[in-house]
Write a protein that binds this ligand. Structure first.
Ligand code: ZN
Length: 72
């Protein structure tokens, strides 16, 4: 069984496929069928289908809604 992806606006995620700028970390600006993501490295905005986000998600760095243990 596959866990449903729980992402919400304000979350910061890491994707497997790096942005051309070399960054792999993104902030979620909008959720839906398509996600609006902002590259945390260069500030570029992209629109990416939810399926693609689910497939290339490596890890959730920061969740706006869930308490994740901070890695210090
Ligand atoms: Zn970038």
């Amino acid at each position: 069984m596959k866990e449903p992806l729980k992402l919400s606006v304000g979350d910061q995620i890491r994707l497997k496929k790096p942005h051309p700028c070399g960054g792999t970390d993104w902030e979620v600006l909008r959720v839906g069928v398509d996600f609006r993501l902002q590259c945390l490295t260069c500030g570029h905005l992209i629109l990416i289908p939810r399926l693609k986000v689910e497939k290339s998600l490596k890890k959730v760095l920061k969740s706006a809604t869930l308490d994740l243990p901070e890695l210090v």
